[in-house]
Design a protein around this ligand. Structure first.
Ligand code: ACM
Ligand code: ZN
Length: 513
């Protein structure tokens, strides 16, 4: 940027990622004041925004977001303050996420209709700060998101990620205005959340014997740790959506409570990866007692209105061969085991509704559901391409697009450009950057498209550093597609600059081949 001409700068836009809606360059620069009590707080403003200002101030004091190198990184200078105020005039953008940022040599003003916008404005400022070394170009930014659900999922079952690592990632997501942290807490390879009435879920279900390493792997998050993550995310305007995967991917549940399976076991917490035949028995009411206790626990820990109930990759062979499941088929008027999944989904979604929550399921929850259709308030996360999402919207259900065909699976090999559209096994930056979750959706159903999401499954991700390499910078491309809209100009050049910021946050990154 440097000094020089003032005016429209919508291409390079301070090398911001996501690119703001508008960026007007002004002459001069703002020098960050020194931190420290003798000169008062770095950021001040309306008391109602204290949480946002405190969380953002941490990002200025310590660029690595509390998880890396310590120290006061603020430039020493005579510059003015950063002030945050409520903007009362109506603004575009999802639920108060709009913000205005005015940067002049005398000071910085962040204005927004609510805390979310204030926080986003401060994160944009943090980006400029991270690349400006305490001196940033003056300008005026006006900004708001294209979609409210800008998500990232971390699989903490296949690999148990530590709380400091999760916080480091959430802080880096916040820098990109990501709004949802989808926490995949259970799977065949480990159950990660204590449920008081079902203590064996963690006592047995959180550990697996790893044959390759010859030792037990595992762990779970205490309720205090979960509250800490939820509060850390909330202060950064990310909503934490927990996922409890039911009725498949349930080996850890079955190892703990074998009576909930069709055969009675024995079962084990899986150390292999794949899709397993054993699932929760659809004929056993005990699975709903368990779900009720789990949902009660989630209700106490997670303020989000959404609970993800999984529903992916359920095998139906056990149901077809199980006397209890066959009895259930008779009771429900269904004829084939596979149809029981929709019956279970409807019950789980109702249980959540009774608790004031909304169910989200992977796109399989739409299948074989003519007799027991997905409840109206439930949402669908489309992962096997976009077709499940398109169909869900056609049926009037809310949708989050997370197609593995378009790069949203960050466990797939990173690349810059996919050789062919829809190619599985690779995740191309270009496809993520061009993702339009509402593509192909008729105008009257567009409001059902909440947004999009990237997922990191962790079968092969056995260390935080590998996770970072897989997440960054591909998540930046998706964050821009969901905030600014698909294909915003000058992305490669801005990204190159932006990756230097991520280096300062201590994140390992993919950098092309
Ligand atoms: C999934 O990837 N099984 C949702
Ligand atoms: Zn059964």
């Amino acid at each position: 940027m440097g000094g020089g001409m003032a005016g429209e700068d919508n291409g390079f836009a301070g090398a911001l990622v996501p690119k703001p809606r508008s960026f007007r360059r002004r002459e001069g620069s703002f020098i960050f004041p020194a931190g420290g009590s003798s000169q008062g707080p770095l950021i001040e403003g309306d008391g109602e925004f204290k949480a946002e200002m405190d969380a953002a101030a941490e990002g200025f004091r310590n660029p690595a977001g509390g998880a890396g190198a310590q120290g006061d990184a603020c430039a020493r200078g005579p510059g003015g303050k950063i002030r945050c105020f409520r903007l009362d005039s109506p603004a575009p953008g999802a639920d108060g996420e709009y913000y205005r940022l005015d940067i002049s040599p005398q000071g910085v003003m962040v204005r927004a209709p609510g805390g979310a916008g204030i926080f986003h404005g401060l994160q944009t400022l943090r980006q400029l700060y991270l690349s400006g070394g305490g001196e940033i170009p003056c300008g005026e930014i006006e900004d708001w998101p294209a979609f409210p659900w800008r998500g990232f999922m971390l699989d903490c079952s296949r690999n148990f990620f530590s709380i400091p690592f999760i916080k480091k990632i959430i802080d880096a997501l916040a820098l990109h205005h990501i709004s949802v942290f989808h926490w995949h807490l259970t799977d065949d390879q480990g159950w990660r959340i204590p449920v008081p009435r079902y203590p064996l879920l963690t006592e047995i279900g959180s550990r697996r014997f790893d044959n390759r390493r010859g030792r037990y792997l595992g762990g779970f998050y205490s309720h205090d740790e979960i509250r800490e993550v939820v509060a850390f995310a909330a202060a950064r305007h990310l909503e934490v959506v927990p996922e409890i995967d039911l009725p498949g991917h349930a080996s850890a549940i079955l190892a703990a409570y074998p009576g909930l399976g069709c055969t009675g076991g024995p079962y084990r917490v899986e150390d292999r990866f794949g899709i397993f035949e054993d699932v929760l028995c659809a004929g056993n009411d005990g699975i709903f007692d368990l779900a009720a206790s789990v949902f009660d626990t989630l209700g106490e820990l997670f303020p989000s209105k959404y609970v993800h109930i999984g529903g992916d990759e359920v095998r139906f062979n056990r149901w077809n061969g199980c006397p209890k499941c066959r009895k259930r088929l008779e009771e429900t008027g269904l004829s084939e085991g596979r149809e029981l999944q929709s019956w279970i989904t409807v019950r789980l979604a109702q249980m959540l509704k009774d608790r004031g929550k909304t169910a989200v399921g992977w796109d399989e929850v739409l299948e074989d559901s003519s007799r027991y259709p997905l409840p109206e308030n439930a949402a669908v996360m489309s992962w096997r391409g976009v077709k499940g999402g398109v169909e869900a919207a056609r049926r009037g259900r809310a949708v989050i697009m997370s197609p593995n065909t378009e790069g949203c699976y960050l466990d797939y090999k990173p690349c810059d450009d996919a050789e062919e559209p829809g190619q599985l096994g690779v995740s191309a930056m270009s496809r993520l950057h061009n993702l339009d979750p509402a593509a192909g959706i008729p105008e009257e159903a567009r409001h059902l498209i909440l947004g999009g999401q990237a997922n990191l499954w962790s079968e092969l991700i056995y260390a935080g550093k590998i996770a970072e390499y897989m997440i960054f910078p591909r998540i930046c491309a998706l964050a821009e597609a969901l905030w600014t809209g698909p294909g915003a100009e000058d992305f490669p050049r801005r990204l190159e600059e932006h990756q230097k910021r991520l280096d300062k946050l201590g994140l390992l990154q993919y950098r092309g081949v």
